[in-house]
Design a protein around this ligand. Structure first.
Ligand code: PMP
Ligand code: GLN
Length: 387
């Protein structure tokens, strides 16, 4: 393994899911729903397979039906903010959001370029920045225990920009803290990007999982559309994490760049699932609000249970993750806590330190996923209360 990758080892998600299987624990670690997405969308995938649609290499940028559906989805949900994309030149289908992130970084970074990312950050960001030869510059979200929320210090963000900064890699709603950046914060980030002429890759895979307020795509702020690659995922929006269908939207020049990298990573993404996701994106509005309402109720079940069990809960405004502080339970090392938790309680969680460069800042925090049935969440909470 080369030096660029050596520091990353095995992703925590694989490690913790294996531990859950080995110990028969409730897995609130890796974020995947315990119920598959809509039946009709599964049927659409079966139909495509059976009818021989997509069983051979689909077009590199994605099948036209899916690109059209992505563009129509952006228009439906964000058209009122003046945001729309041309399906032929401004949409790229990828193998999950993971590939979109990797391809965008590989396409847009020169060796030595600096990338600003909010810390804690989703684990593939650091590895992909490294693979692209870039340098990550973390800007740390600060916990506000009184508010039970995380805060972005805009001055810190501004100070992190140097002459070597090429882009900001943003994530809202934010994994693992559940932070949804406010309109004011997004306005300031946009202003900074324009002022310093930065590109932005914005990972908005949890766009439909916002429980308070509304999701505002960064690309819809003044001066941003032309400099922003926006990333979405059918894994999150339709509860099919195993299908690995994602997409990027951006102006033609940026999409072409990302596509140049994508063509040598996977060339194309799996065909039949693209037909099914095209149908999924056209589901009526009440599918999307139903998903959100369902997860909001699950958030409340788990947040309540974790509080009762003695964790300090950072109540998420979005995503399907809850970050907790374990210090009220008398622990301060999330790694040790998560490694012991399956034996002690039969529950698996993720230590937030893996999402940090400043490991000491993340050490006492642990993430639980709540994309599980209310019964499973209640059982996990009951087990944790007996800790
Ligand atoms: N970005 C974030 C913030 C995520 O939480 C995830 C979930 N795994 C991904 C990207 C990757 O998405 P996908 O499964 O579509 O590759
Ligand atoms: N995004 C999910 C999480 O954060 C799963 C990611 C993965 O397994 N790579 O838990």
């Amino acid at each position: 393994l080369n030096r660029r990758l050596a520091e990353f080892g095995t992703t925590i998600f694989a490690e913790m899911s294996a531990l859950a299987v080995r110990t028969g624990s409730i897995n609130l670690g890796q974020g995947f729903p315990d119920a598959d997405g809509p039946e009709e969308v599964r049927e659409a995938a079966v139909r495509a397979l059976r009818d021989g649609r997509g069983n051979q290499y689909p077009p590199g940028p994605g099948i036209p039906e899916l690109r059209t559906a992505v563009a129509a989805h952006q228009e439906r949900f964000y058209g009122h903010r003046g945001l729309s994309y041309d399906p032929d030149t401004e949409v790229l289908v990828t193998a999950g959001a993971t590939e979109a992130i990797a391809a965008a970084l590989l396409a847009l970074l020169e060796p030595g370029d600096e990338v600003i990312a909010l810390e804690p950050y989703y684990d593939s960001y650091a590895a992909c920045i490294a693979m692209a030869g870039g340098r990550r510059v973390p800007v740390t979200l600060r916990p506000d225990p009184e508010a039970g929320a995380y805060r972005l210090d805009l001055d810190e963000l501004r100070d992190a920009v140097t002459d070597r900064t090429r882009l900001i890699l943003l994530n809202t709603p934010h994994n693992p803290t559940g932070t949804v950046l406010s309109p004011e914060e997004l306005t300031e980030i946009a202003r900074l990007a324009v002022e310093r002429d930065l590109l932005v890759i914005t990972d908005e895979v949890y766009e439909h999982l916002v429980f308070e307020g509304a999701h505002l795509p960064l690309a819809s702020f003044p001066g941003m559309r032309e400099r922003t690659v926006t990333i979405g995922s059918a894994g999150k929006t339709f509860s099919f994490t195993g299908w690995k269908v994602g997409w990027a939207t951006a102006p033609p020049e940026l999409i072409n760049a990302v596509r140049s990298a994508k063509q040598f990573l996977t060339y194309v993404s799996a065909g039949p699932f693209q037909y099914a996701v095209a149908e999924a994106l056209a589901l009526p509005d009440d599918y999307f609000t139903g998903l959100r309402d369902d997860l909001r109720a699950k958030r409340d079940v788990l947040a309540h249970g974790l509080s009762e069990a003695g964790f300090r809960v950072y109540r998420p405004s979005g995503t399907y993750f809850i970050t907790t502080d374990i210090r009220p339970l008398g622990h301060d090392d999330g790694f040790a806590f998560c490694r012991a938790l399956p034996e002690r309680a039969g529950v698996v969680a993720i230590p937030n330190a893996v999402f940090y460069d400043h490991k000491e800042v993340g050490a006492p925090f642990v993430r639980f996923a709540f994309c599980k049935s209310p019964e499973v969440l209640q059982e996990a909470a009951d087990r944790l209360k007996r800790l």
